[in-house]
Ligand binder design. Structure first.
Ligand code: AMP
Length: 200
């Protein structure tokens, strides 16, 4: 009899500039998981000047969080568009406790839950220099200005970091060093995801 494979729900966590997006893209390829980046989804909506994009733009340009109800509805929609994937790598979501609770409800409705939250740990000076460097080519308004970058980091500490504790209480949060080169960091993450993929 064919063994039922369980979908993997992974949160790739960390402050802006910790390398979540870069790593999620590599892991997506490597493990056949779908990267779901709420930041990318918002940028797509802004690029197409949709009502959702218009709503999100002012918040993003100031380095503030887009309101939970808007973000959760967009995420839910994206997951529902891809029901048959092997798993999700959530990149940049959840960023608040309300988003975490909404995600848990969403997954429980399918008989699923978050399997693991992996936080990339990077020194703050390194983060600012990475983001300023990225701002030279990314075209992202929120990367070009040091005050906005500092605000995004402050929002991370004030609102988002507690998401780590929320899942830590469930015993599924862990930290991985996000310092070093891309391949090195990817190797650290791959060991953990290999375990998740092979067990379920
Ligand atoms: P990112 O690409 O993940 O760095 O996100 C860029 C910006 O998009 C953030 O600074 C927020 O303004 C917005 N954003 C992305 N994800 C979320 C989220 N889960 N909740 C609220 N705002 C978000």
């Amino acid at each position: 009899m064919k063994k039922e494979t369980k979908r993997i729900n992974l949160i790739l966590f960390g402050p802006p500039g910790s390398g979540k997006g870069t790593q999620a893209k590599i892991l997506e390829e490597k493990f056949g998981l779908l990267q779901v980046s709420t930041g990318d989804l918002f940028r797509y909506e802004i690029g197409n000047n949709t009502p959702l994009g218009q709503k999100a733009k002012a918040y993003m340009n100031e380095g503030k969080l887009v309101p939970d109800e808007v973000t959760v509805a967009m995420l839910k929609n994206k997951l529902e568009m891809h029901p048959d994937v092997r798993g999700y790598i959530l990149d940049g979501f959840p960023r608040t406790i309300a988003q975490s609770e909404a995600l848990d409800i969403l997954l429980s409705e399918r008989g699923e839950s978050v399997d693991k939250l992996i936080a990339l740990v990077v020194d703050e000076d390194e983060i600012v220099s990475r983001l300023l460097e990225r701002g030279k080519t990314s075209g992202r308004a929120d990367d070009a200005n040091e005050a906005v970058i500092r605000n995004r980091i402050a929002v991370y500490h004030e609102e988002t970091a507690r998401v780590y504790n929320y899942y830590d209480k469930k015993g599924i949060s862990m930290e991985v060093s996000g310092m070093g080169d891309i391949d090195e960091i990817n190797a650290r993450l791959s060991v953990i995801i290999d375990d998740l993929v092979s067990c379920c």
